[in-house]
Ligand binder design. Structure first.
Ligand SMILES: Cc1cc2nc3c(=O)[nH]c(=O)nc-3n(C[C@H](O)[C@H](O)[C@H](O)COP(=O)(O)O)c2cc1C
Length: 217
């Protein structure tokens, strides 16, 4: 059944830390999300801002990868990437996307769905220049998602870029690198409970207002 040394089908954990009620959840899901994120940071979750971003190709195939949440301004979730990467191209062709946070330390999951828009070039530039110099070089040196000949070839691109910018503390933001903001139309808060009787509170946007509903676990 299993090729693992451990029988993974037998691994089980009961979730007992907390509950989630319609009357205690904040009426603004962004405020609620922000408070859960703060609790994940306080609980010293390993990567509290790491989220799985799922995009959809032109032919309708989904793909997922982890990116980091870098801002929550105006109720949108912001992240940065290469616009020519697989995710960048898919988001340019189809703005529907989902985000997923899993904070095992708190027995919590948050699912978010919505549409993305590119951040303004000014906002992308401001964030690019807030990153360490080496990260700026890395972003500029990497043709993200493309097939490359070797690790050596990648390191060489980095070294050449570093040499060409010796003595500088920042470089220009590449035009193909920047931010996206996802405006949620659905946010679901999941809190693990004993016996698989978990709490699921879903907010969905309907005619400009949030509708709050409980879903079966
Ligand atoms: C913890 C973690 C954080 C990451 N953060 C980012 C990020 O903020 N932006 C990004 O472009 N890729 C980030 N990555 C790398 C992506 O998961 C992915 O490998 C890369 O963006 C290429 O994805 P794509 O080919 O689907 O476009 C991160 C990966 C991990 C594991």
């Amino acid at each position: 059944m299993s090729q693992h040394d451990v029988d993974i089908a037998a691994l089980r954990k009961d979730y007992t830390r907390a509950g989630l009620e319609e009357h205690t959840v904040h009426s603004d899901p962004i405020v609620q999300f922000s408070s859960w994120l703060n609790e994940a940071i306080t609980a010293e979750a390993l990567e509290p801002t790491a989220m799985v971003l799922s995009t959809v190709s032109e032919s309708g195939s989904p793909s997922s990868r982890v990116v980091l949440l870098k801002g929550l301004d105006g109720g949108s979730m912001q992240f940065f990437t290469n616009y020519l990467s697989r995710k960048g191209r898919e988001l340019s062709g189809n703005p529907n996307a989902s985000l997923l946070f899993f904070w095992p330390e708190l027995e919590r999951q948050v699912r978010i769905e919505g549409n993305v828009e590119r951040l303004s070039p000014e906002a992308s530039t401001a964030y690019f220049h807030s990153r360490p110099f080496e990260s700026q070089l890395g972003a500029a040196a990497s043709p993200q998602s493309q097939v490359i000949p070797s690790r050596v070839a990648l390191d060489q691109r980095f070294t050449e870029l570093a040499a060409a910018n010796a003595g500088r503390t920042s470089i220009d933001r590449p035009e193909h690198w920047g931010g996206f903001a996802l405006t949620p139309s659905m946010i679901e808060f999941w809190q693990g409970r004993p016996s698989r009787m978990h709490d699921r509170i879903r907010f969905r946007k309907s005619e400009g207002a949030w509708v709050v509903e409980r879903l079966a676990p």
